[in-house]
Write a protein that binds this ligand. Structure first.
Ligand SMILES: Cc1ncc(COP(=O)(O)O)c(C=O)c1O
Length: 359
C-alpha cells in the first residue's frame, strides 16, 4: 500500500542551500550571504553560560528579546513576532494571511524561498518579473494584485540582485494596494543598505496599517546558524503569526545571542561598515576592469551573466569561488573576508574573459 502523501508537493522543489566546497580545495564559500566574521566574543561568552539550561524549553514569549527589540525599534512589543530565522516568519506571514488558493505576489527573481513557502501554505505564488535593471517593477506588481491577493513581498534590497526600491516608488505602490492586502517589506539585508532614497520598512509600517517588516539576525549580526528573525507587524497579524509558529521554534540560545547582539551593535556596526566598504571597492575594481555589474546595497554582488552563467560559474569554482548561480540568469557572490574579496575580483575578471560569449 502506498503511504498517503500530499500530491501537490511533487511539483514543489526543496529549498536549495548554497553549495559548500569540499575540504580538499582551497576555496571560499560565498553562496549563502553569510557574515564572514566569527561571532562576537561577548556573544560566545553569553551563550556558554546559557548552555546549562538546554534541558528546558525556551520561554516562547522571549520577553527580554522582545523588550529589547521594541525599545531599539521604537515599536510596541505586541507588534513583534519571532521565528526560527526570518524565513520561518515569512512562511508564518503567508499562513496567517492566505486562505487556500489565495495569491502571494512577489518580484522574480527574488528570494528563492518565497514560491516554496507560498505553495506549502496552499497559496498560489504570482511572480512578477524584475525590470531590465534587476529591480522591482512596482507598477507591474500593483497590476498583479486582485481580490485573491493576500500578501505582497517586497524584498529590499532584493536577493539576489541587490537592488533597492525608492521610498517614493513604494508610496506610489501603496496608493494602489487594496486595504485587505498585507505588504511585507523583507529587509534581510537592510543593514548594508546605504542608498539615501531607499524605502525603510519601519517608516512604512508606521504610516500604513497593512505593512509588516521582516528582519533577521542572520546576516549583519552573524547569527545565521542559530536561526532567529522576526516580523514587526500590525498587532492582529503579529498575534496570528504567533499562532502559526512552530511551538518553541526559537531557542533560548538564539534569544540570548540576539539580545547580546543588540547590546553590542556598535561592534557589529564596524563590521557592517567594513563589508559595505569591501562591496563598494569590489564593484569599483570590477568596473575598472570593464565588467558590467549591478549596483548592490546588500552583502553580495550580482553578475547578469545570462547564457554564460554556467561557464562563468565553472570558472569561478575552478578559482575557488563558490557562488550561487541561477542558470540562464546570473551569479550572486557574497562579500567575504578581504582575502576572499581579492580572489573574487581576480576570478570574475578571468572567468568572464574565458566565457564562450566573450572569446
Ligand atoms: C531576502 C531574504 N529574506 C529572508 C532570508 C532568511 O534568512 P533567515 O531565515 O536566516 O533569517 C534570506 C536568507 O537568505 C533572504 O535572502
Amino acid at each position: 500500500m502506498t503511504l498517503a502523501q500530499r500530491t501537490s508537493l511533487n511539483s514543489i522543489p526543496a529549498y536549495r542551500q548554497g553549495a559548500t566546497p569540499g575540504a580538499a580545495q582551497k576555496a571560499f564559500k560565498l553562496s549563502s550571504n553569510e557574515n564572514p566574521y566569527p561571532p562576537l566574543d561577548s556573544v560566545i561568552a553569553g551563550l556558554s553560560s546559557e548552555l546549562g539550561t538546554i534541558n528546558q524549553y525556551p520561554n516562547a514569549a522571549a520577553p527580554e528579546l522582545v523588550g529589547a527589540l521594541a525599545a531599539r525599534l521604537g515599536v510596541e512589543p505586541e507588534t513583534i513576532a519571532l521565528g526560527a530565522g526570518s524565513v520561518e516568519v515569512a512562511g508564518q506571514l503567508i499562513h496567517a494571511t492566505a486562505n487556500p488558493g489565495d495569491e502571494v505576489v512577489f518580484a522574480w527573481r527574488s528570494f528563492e524561498a518565497y514560491p516554496i513557502l507560498a505553495h506549502v501554505a496552499g497559496a498560489t505564488p504570482v511572480m512578477v518579473p524584475l525590470d531590465a535593471d534587476g529591480a522591482h517593477d512596482l507598477a507591474a506588481m500593483a497590476e498583479a494584485i486582485n481580490e485573491r491577493t493576500a500578501l505582497v513581498f517586497i524584498c529590499n534590497p532584493n536577493n539576489p540582485t541587490g537592488t533597492v526600491v525608492d521610498a517614493a516608488a513604494v508610496d506610489a505602490f501603496m496608493a494602489k494596494v487594496p486595504a485587505h492586502v498585507l505588504v511585507v517589506i523583507d529587509e534581510a539585508y537592510v543593514h548594508f543598505n546605504t542608498a539615501r532614497d531607499s524605502a525603510i520598512g519601519l517608516d512604512f509600517f508606521r504610516r500604513y496599517p497593512n505593512v509588516a517588516v521582516l528582519h533577521t539576525f542572520s546576516k549583519a549580526y552573524g547569527l545565521a546558524g542559530l536561526r532567529i528573525g522576526y516580523a514587526v507587524a500590525p498587532p492582529a497579524v503579529a498575534a496570528n503569526l504567533r499562532k502559526t509558529a512552530v511551538p518553541f521554534g526559537v531557542t533560548a540560545l538564539a534569544q540570548r545571542a540576539a539580545v547580546l547582539s543588540l547590546e553590542h551593535e556598535d561592534e557589529l556596526q564596524v563590521r557592517i561598515d567594513d563589508l559595505v566598504t569591501a562591496r563598494e571597492s569590489l564593484l569599483a575594481t570590477l568596473r575598472e576592469a570593464g565588467v558590467t555589474v549591478t549596483e548592490s546595497q546588500a552583502n553580495f554582488i550580482w553578475l547578469s551573466t545570462g547564457d554564460d552563467t554556467e561557464a562563468v560559474d565553472a570558472g569561478l569554482r575552478a578559482a575557488g569561488i563558490w557562488a550561487r548561480a541561477f542558470a540562464g540568469e546570473g551569479i550572486r557572490i557574497s562579500i567575504g573576508s578581504p582575502e576572499a574579496n581579492a580572489a573574487i575580483a581576480t576570478a570574475v575578471i578571468s572567468a568572464l574573459q574565458e566565457a564562450p560569449a566573450h572569446v
